[in-house]
Design a protein around this ligand. Structure first.
Ligand code: C5P
Length: 248
């Protein structure tokens, strides 16, 4: 593949670009530049705080599915109402903290559905964050407990480290697994304590790979994106590839 060639659409739909910047203009620029390699744009707390809900429409206009990574954790009523607003924006994914418990996650799942229905949109996938990939002290039993919470609340998927994908899929075979903390060989892990290569995550069965600084901080972003794509091609089967469509 060369710099002008787009990645296979199928593989691209499994790749989320983490737009961890603090203004919409910069996010739009990155999104346009890297669209040939990514099908999903992830908006975290930094960008959402800076740019607000309009950034969702901006990224949809650029041809992306939008992943709102707001890691919600409040009382059920508050989370449900916020999720209802976010579900009406056209986002495809929204994260909640699993530690908040099943009642909070269920309120989020219901809120997303209601908001999307009200706007005539497809229901976004609710994702439960199991353990932060920056957390090196998480006790070993916590993953299973948090995946069980996600299932009980009828979340579509979980966010977990690459090393947790197999166990998460054993507990919830229908869950989408979303994996951040990815670094190609030789790239610094920054604050990620449990990082893995994109190829290792895909081989483990991850459905959506979140790529941030490995591409956005690279001197040549397009070359970095292309190298990641090339490393994934041998591990990707469009038939065997797990679905990233919101499951319910
Ligand atoms: O730059 P980097 O690839 O480390 O970015 C990872 C992204 O994934 C960040 O936006 C971060 O907030 C997010 N994330 C994470 N660990 C989780 C959940 C989300 O790093 N468990």
């Amino acid at each position: 593949m060369n710099g002008t060639e787009a990645a296979e659409p199928d593989l691209r739909s499994h790749l989320a670009l983490a737009l961890d910047v603090d203004d919409a203009v910069e996010a739009g620029r990155l999104a346009r530049e890297l669209r040939p390699w990514f099908g999903v744009a992830k908006v975290g707390l930094e960008l959402f705080s800076a740019a607000g809900p309009s950034v969702v429409a901006l990224l949809i206009d650029e041809g992306y599915k939008v992943f709102l990574d707001l890691k919600m954790a409040d009382i059920p009523n508050t989370v449900g109402k916020a999720a209802r607003v976010l579900g009406s924006l056209g986002t495809s994914y929204l994260t909640f903290h699993a530690f908040a418990g099943p009642a909070v996650l269920r309120a989020g799942v219901d809120g997303l559905r209601e908001g999307a229905e009200r706007a005539g949109l497809e229901t976004p996938a609710a994702l439960a964050v199991t353990v932060l990939t920056s957390d090196s002290d998480a006790p070993p039993h916590i993953l299973a407990k948090r995946v069980a919470i996600a299932i009980e609340a009828r979340c579509a998927g979980v966010v977990c480290a690459a090393s947790d994908v197999v166990e998460a899929k054993q507990i919830g075979p229908r869950l989408i697994t979303v994996v951040p903390g990815l670094r190609p060989p030789g790239i610094p892990s920054h604050d990620q304590a449990r990082s893995a290569t994109p190829a290792a995550a895909l081989s483990a069965g991850a459905d959506l790979l979140v790529i941030g600084r490995a591409v956005t901080s690279a001197e040549d972003r397009q070359a970095a994106a292309e190298a990641i794509l090339a490393s994934l091609q041998p591990h990707f089967s469009s038939e065997g590839g797990a679905s990233t469509a919101p499951a319910r």
